[in-house]
Each structure stands twice: as structure tokens, then as C-alpha cells.
Design a binder for this molecule. Structure first.
Ligand code: PLP
Length: 451
């Protein structure tokens, strides 16, 4: 019989964990067990509460719910027990005070931002953000009278100060920019946010709380496309907004969070909900009125995805680094960008900010030989597949110039950091030897102009 030994990894009870207090449990344990807390005789596994409605007997109870005087479910657009368990788990993983789940990542970005701005307000945002967020700010919100100044996140603090105006209401960036893959200088951004007294919002989709917890780095609100690594299996669309509870909304810039809301019995969000003011208002006003709610079934799938986040992220990071190293030595490759590479200028930020020393699963590289070579390369892939997605457990590739960024002119694409030769890879958790062998043979096919 094999004896189980904990010697090798030096595993011992962690003195900072009080096992009777689940809020002190370690990250991996929370991935499995935070959120759903079954009582005696209840299902161990988070059930799908597939119901739009909730039963009451007393009109007074319902009146209290509608006046925000009592918490509870009214209608699944604003709350559902399966969705709530997912929200509560991700809140614990990010270290926030509350979360609202949404139908998609796009809906999460829209919900978080619209909870803070109105026509006439101004936003400062990194220009290296996800294309959908860029369009949301530059086209959709600007049509509603909300203007955004896009800044180069690598500019000096003196340069960045010039972007701020008296009506600036927030600063927005991505932990790992998609697809340019730069890592945010949290220190510089949070310094600016404090100096101009505006909340700092970060999209943490590509990093996940396993790699980095932005709320510990001066961030006030974290946003995710849960469709990516949180799901991890490319089965469900979803998003989530997490409130850090660490911003003073009573600084005169956010009257809607402070002054009585006539629709909810004159509730003041900051006075009644304190540190959870932002997230309570997001649910009570914008989830209710915009209606982009997460379905209970998708919440079940996203919760299941989170159960293995701590196992998948190290493997995604290890496999991506191995593939990036292989590609950087390949003669048919023009360039490789991966934040975990030794040669990457982003590695020092991983060292400085990340809880786990890994660069996540996304890398980009330039393939020699033009469109013909790219066509042959993609066709020859056996393990990886051409897919519009990142964060799946399976390896995926995408050619941004003919897909996500095909509406832009070649000149505008270049300005957005998307050269014609760029292939984006979302490295999966298959055996890294098979992934590398697949790329090796597909690149060989591309250089032959193969079929
Ligand atoms: C995919 C993505 C989004 C949008 O999320 P959806 O779930 O597709 O709506 C937002 N931000 C980032 C960084 C993304 O990768």
C-alpha cells in the first residue's frame, strides 16, 4: 500500500487559516466551496434554481423587498439563488464586498460604467483594452453624451495627468490587455485615481483572481468576462462586476449614490448599504432596468468552472510559456509576445503584482510568409482549432486581421497593435508536448505553402 506523504511539498496546516471560519480558507478551497453553503439535508452541489419567481404569503414582506428594506429574491432578473452563489464565490475569490453577475462580459462593463456616469461625464480609459469595451466607450457611450479619452497606459504620469478633467468620473484599464498583452502598471494608475479622486475600474478577465487580485492594488471595482477562464470550457456566456467596497462615494462626485433614491423609498445607498453602496445600486437600478441578467443555468456552469480555476491557471501559464519559448526560437516566426517570457518587459510587473508567477494562457506571435502562410498554418493544425474565443481548456488560435479586427483598415489595425502577421493563441491545458508538436508541424506546412 502506498503511504500518502505530505513531506515532498512541505504541506502543513496554514496558521493563518481558522478552519471554523470559511472566510479564512485558502484560495483553492474557496474555488471548491465558497458561495453555496448547504444546510443539513440540502444538496452538497449547487443546485440550478430554475425559477423566475419566488413565493410570498404576506404583501408586507414583498413591500419591504421592493423598498430595499429587506433582502431576498423578488424576480430572477434582479436575483436568483444559483446566481447569488456564483456571485458570492467570485466576491470571496477577488476579496470584494459584493458582486452582480450579468449575461455577458460586455454587459458587466456596461453595468459597472453606467452605474457611475451620466451624459456630460468623462472617462479616462486605456487604449489597449478589449475591442468590445473600446467600441462601447468610443461609439456607444459617446452617442449617449459620455466622452472617453483613450490614453497609452505606458505614458508617463505627467502625460497621463493631462487626460483628466473636472467631469472625469472614472479610470478604466485591463490587468492583461486583450490582445496586446501588456500588464497594467497598477501603482501608476491607482496613484492617478487617488490624485484625481476617481474610482479605478479594472477588467481582470485574462488574469483571473488566481493570478492577481486587483482590489489589493488600489482598484475599486473589478470586472470579468466570465465567459473566458472563469467558465474555462467554452460553454457559457457570462460576466460579473465585483465591488471592492474601498471608495469614498461621498466626495461630492457621485450624488446618485448618496442622495435618496425616490424609487426605493428614498433610500441613500451609501447611508443604508455602506461599503456595498455601489454594488447594491448597480443591482437595484441598472440590472433591473437594463435587464442583462445571468441565467441560473449559466451561473451553475460558471460556478463549476471556478471549481478548477486554481488547477487550470497554472497549467495554462506553464503551457503558454513553453509554447512561447518554442516559438521565439523558430526561424519562421517574426516575433512572440507573452508576458511571462524572460525577454518580456511585462515580466517585472508579474513579479511585482501577481500572487502566482504566471502569465496566463494567451500569447501572440507573427508568422512569416503573409496571408498564404497563415492560411496553410491554420488549416494544418490538429490539436489547436480556429475559434473566436480565449480561455478555453482547449487550445485555440485566431487571426485578428481577418476576424475581430477585420473592420479596421490595415493602418488603423497597426495603430491598435494588430499587425497583419499576428496570430493570437489561447493555449489550453492539453499536454504541452502535443501543443508544441502541433505548432511545429503546422508552421512546417505554412513554410511549404502546404495545403
Ligand atoms: C471577451 C472579453 C470581454 C467581453 O466579454 P463577453 O463575455 O464576450 O461579452 C470583455 N473584456 C475582455 C478582456 C474580454 O476578453
Amino acid at each position: 500500500m502506498t503511504r500518502i506523504s505530505s513531506k515532498k511539498k512541505n504541506i502543513s496546516a496554514n496558521s493563518t487559516t481558522n478552519i471554523t471560519d470559511p472566510s479564512t480558507w485558502n484560495f483553492a478551497t474557496k474555488c471548491l466551496q465558497a458561495g453555496w453553503k448547504p444546510k443539513v439535508g440540502e444538496p452538497r452541489v449547487l443546485p440550478i434554481f430554475q425559477s423566475t419567481t419566488y413565493k410570498y404569503e404576506d404583501v408586507d414582506d414583498v413591500e419591504r423587498l421592493f423598498a430595499l428594506k429587506q433582502s431576498g429574491n423578488k424576480y430572477t432578473r434582479t436575483g436568483n439563488p444559483t446566481v447569488a452563489a456564483f456571485e458570492s464565490k467570485i466576491t470571496e475569490l477577488e476579496g470584494g464586498v459584493g458582486a452582480v453577475a450579468t449575461a455577458s462580459g460586455q454587459a458587466a462593463v456596461l453595468l459597472a460604467i453606467s452605474n457611475l456616469v451620466k451624459a456630460g461625464d468623462h472617462i479616462v480609459a486605456s487604449k489597449t483594452i478589449y475591442g468590445g469595451s473600446y467600441t462601447l466607450l468610443s461609439v456607444r457611450l459617446s452617442k449617449l453624451g459620455i466622452e472617453t479619452t483613450f490614453i497609452d497606459p505606458e505614458d508617463s504620469i505627467a502625460e497621463l495627468r493631462k487626460a483628466f478633467r473636472p467631469n472625469t468620473k472614472l479610470i478604466f484599464g485591463e490587468t492583461i490587455g486583450n490582445p496586446a498583452l501588456g500588464i497594467l502598471d497598477f501603482e501608476k494608475f491607482s496613484k492617478l485615481a487617488k490624485e484625481f479622486d476617481v474610482p479605478f475600474l479594472v477588467d481582470n478577465t485574462l488574469a483571473t483572481p488566481f493570478l492577481v487580485k486587483p482590489l489589493k492594488l488600489g482598484v475599486n471595482v473589478v470586472i470579468h468576462s466570465a465567459t473566458k477562464y472563469i467558465d474555462g470550457h467554452a460553454v457559457a456566456l457570462g460576466g460579473v462586476v465585483i465591488d471592492g467596497g474601498n471608495y469614498n462615494w461621498e466626495n461630492g462626485k457621485f450624488p446618485d449614490l448618496v442622495e435618496p433614491d425616490a424609487q426605493y423609498a428614498n433610500t441613500s445607498y451609501t447611508k443604508k448599504f455602506g461599503r456595498a453602496a455601489f454594488i447594491t445600486k448597480a443591482r437595484a437600478q441598472y440590472l433591473r432596468d437594463f435587464g442583462a441578467a445571468l441565467s441560473p443555468f449559466n451561473a451553475f456552469l460558471l460556478n463549476l468552472g471556478l471549481e478548477t480555476l486554481h488547477l487550470r491557471m497554472p497549467q495554462h501559464s506553464t503551457n503558454a510559456l513553453a509554447l512561447a519559448e518554442f516559438l521565439s526560437k523558430h526561424p519562421a516566426v517574426n516575433w512572440v509576445s507573452y508576458p511571462g517570457l524572460k525577454s518580456s518587459p511585462n515580466l517585472k510587473r508579474i513579479r511585482k503584482y501577481f500572487d502566482y508567477q504566471g502569465g496566463s494562457g494567451v500569447l501572440t506571435f507573427g508568422l512569416k510568409g503573409g496571408r498564404a502562410a497563415i492560411r496553410s498554418f491554420v488549416k494544418a493544425l490538429k490539436v489547436a482549432a480556429l475559434v473566436v474565443h480565449v480561455g478555453d481548456a482547449r487550445t485555440s488560435v485566431l487571426h485578428p486581421a481577418t476576424s475581430t479586427h477585420s473592420q479596421l483598415s490595415p493602418k488603423d489595425r497597426l495603430a491598435a497593435g494588430i499587425p497583419e502577421d499576428m496570430i493570437r493563441v489561447s493555449v489550453g491545458i492539453e499536454d504541452p508536448r502535443d501543443i508544441i508538436a502541433d505548432f511545429e508541424q503546422a508552421i512546417a506546412a505554412s513554410t511549404k505553402g502546404g495545403k
